[in-house]
Design a protein around this ligand. Structure first.
Ligand SMILES: [Zn+2]
Length: 419
C-alpha cells in the first residue's frame, strides 16, 4: 500500500513537472516564431509579443496584469537589405549585418582597404582625398579600429573625410547583431562583414533602408499573484524583446535570448497562481532590454511596489541551454540569499555548481542591483546554444531545455525556505 502511494505521489509530481515543461516549450516556440519578427520595433514585433504575454499571464491564473508603457528612440532596418561585393551578393544576417546605429544607403562605391601592418594615418587620409577614392567604403578589421579610435571617428564624419561608408571585418563565420546603441544614427553607413569577405575586392553595391523611430512606445508586462502577506514581495523578471529584423526577410528569433527566460516566468506565475504564496509575487516581462535595458530602467524608476519591499529578485535571461554549470551574478544585498542557494544546490544537485561572476550591466537585474535590491541573474551560459548568441541561428530548433527544470526548482525551493 505504501509502495502504491509512493508510486502515485511520484506520478503526480512528474505530471506537474511535465505540465510546466510543456507550457514552457509552447511559450518559447510561440515567441520565437516569425509572427513576432524577432520581437524588435520594426513591424511592432515586440509589442505584439507583449500582447501575447498579457494573455498568457491571464491564462496562467494570476490576479492582475498591468502593461507599463515607456518610450524609446531606436534605429531599425525594416526594408531593403542588400550588399554585393564585386557582383556577389552577401547573405544578410550571416555574412553581413548592420551596425545598429548605421543609416541606410544606395549606390556602388570603390573599396579602400586599410593596411593594418604598415598603419599610417596620414597616408590613409591623403589617399582618401584623391579623386579615385572619392566615396570609397573603407574596409578594416573591427578590433584594429579600436586601437585607432580617433582616426576611425574621423572616417565617420562627412565633414572631416570624404569616404562614403565603413566596412568592418570579423573572423566569425556567422556575425552577431546588436541593438544596444541604436538610439542614434551616425552620418555614414557602417557594415560588419564575416570572414568570407574577399581580401581584395574592388567595389561594393548597397541598397539598404533604415527607419529611425523617435519616441516609439513599447511596454513592460507586469503580472501579480497575491500572497497571504503584502508587506514584502518576490519579483521574477525576464526580457521579452530581442533584436528584431535585418531587412524584410531576416529576423532574429531569440529562442534562448530570451524567449526562454520569459517562458520560465510565465510557468512560475502559473505555479504560484495555483499554490498561493506567503508573499506577493510580481512577474515582469521587460521590453527594451536589448536596446540597453530601457524597460528595466523605467520600471526601477516607476515600480509597482516599493523596491525596498523586494525580498529577492530573480532575473532569468537565457536559460534555454544545456550547461550543467549555472552562471549567475548577485547584488551585494543578495549575497546572503545566494549562500543559501548554494547550500540548497549542493544538497539537491539542481546544477553541478553555481558559477558566480562579477556583477555587470548586461541584463535587467542591473538597475535593481544598483538600487540595493537583493537579486540574482541566472543565465545558462557556455552550453551548446551559446554559440548562437545574438545570431540568426538562435532559433527554436537550436534551443535546449535541460536548464529549465533545475532553474525552476532552485528558485521555488529557495523561496520555500528563505526567511
Ligand atoms: Zn538577453
Amino acid at each position: 500500500m505504501r509502495r502504491l502511494l509512493t508510486i502515485l505521489l511520484r506520478c503526480v509530481a512528474w505530471s506537474a513537472a511535465a505540465q510546466d515543461l510543456a507550457l514552457y516549450k509552447s511559450v518559447v516556440k510561440e515567441l520565437s516564431s516569425a509572427k513576432y519578427r524577432g520581437r524588435g520595433y520594426a513591424y511592432d514585433g515586440a509589442n505584439k509579443a507583449g500582447r501575447y504575454l498579457e494573455k498568457e499571464f491571464r491564462k496562467a491564473g494570476v490576479d492582475e496584469v498591468v502593461c507599463q508603457p515607456f518610450k524609446l528612440d531606436i534605429n531599425t532596418f525594416p526594408g531593403k537589405m542588400s550588399v554585393e561585393v564585386d557582383g556577389r551578393e552577401l547573405k544578410a544576417g550571416i555574412e553581413f549585418v548592420m551596425r545598429e546605429y548605421s543609416p541606410g544607403g544606395k549606390g556602388t562605391y570603390p573599396l579602400y582597404y586599410i593596411d593594418t601592418l604598415n598603419y599610417n594615418a596620414e597616408k590613409i587620409f591623403a589617399d582618401l582625398a584623391r579623386p579615385e577614392n572619392k566615396d570609397a567604403f573603407v574596409v578594416c578589421d573591427f578590433f584594429f579600429t579600436y586601437k585607432h579610435a580617433d582616426d576611425f571617428r574621423r572616417l565617420q564624419s562627412r565633414e572631416r573625410c570624404q569616404n562614403a561608408g565603413l566596412i568592418y571585418t570579423w573572423n566569425d563565420e556567422v556575425l552577431k547583431f546588436y541593438k544596444a546603441y541604436g538610439e542614434r544614427v551616425i552620418e555614414k553607413p557602417m557594415i560588419w562583414v564575416s570572414s568570407s569577405f574577399p581580401k581584395a575586392a574592388r567595389s561594393v553595391t548597397i541598397d539598404i533602408e533604415n527607419e529611425f523611430l523617435q519616441g516609439y512606445e513599447c511596454f513592460n508586462v507586469i503580472a501579480k499573484v497575491e500572497g497571504k502577506r503584502h508587506d514584502a514581495c518576490y519579483v521574477f523578471t525576464a526580457h521579452y524583446d530581442h533584436l528584431g529584423v535585418l531587412g524584410k526577410k531576416v529576423f532574429y528569433a531569440g529562442a534562448h535570448d530570451n524567449a526562454s527566460g520569459t517562458a520560465a516566468i510565465v510557468t512560475l506565475a502559473a505555479h504560484y497562481a495555483a499554490h498561493q504564496p506567503e508573499y506577493d509575487m510580481y512577474f515582469i516581462a521587460f521590453s527594451g532590454e536589448d536596446a540597453n535595458l530601457r524597460g528595466s530602467e523605467w520600471y526601477a524608476e516607476h515600480p509597482m511596489a516599493p523596491l525596498q519591499q523586494i525580498k529577492y529578485l530573480f532575473n532569468l535571461d537565457m536559460i534555454g541551454d544545456n550547461n550543467p554549470v549555472q552562471y549567475c551574478e548577485v547584488s551585494e544585498q543578495g549575497m546572503e540569499g545566494f549562500r543559501q542557494m548554494e547550500q540548497l544546490n549542493a544538497k539537491n544537485h539542481y546544477f553541478e555548481r553555481l558559477n558566480r561572476g562579477e556583477l555587470a550591466g548586461n541584463s535587467d537585474h542591473y538597475p535593481f542591483a544598483q538600487r540595493g535590491v537583493p537579486c540574482i541573474f541566472l543565465e545558462n551560459e557556455g552550453g551548446d546554444a551559446f554559440a548562437y548568441y545574438h545570431t540568426v541561428l538562435d532559433t527554436w530548433r537550436n534551443a535546449y531545455f535541460e536548464s529549465y527544470e533545475p532553474t525552476f526548482k532552485l528558485i521555488t525551493d529557495f523561496i520555500e525556505q528563505y526567511k
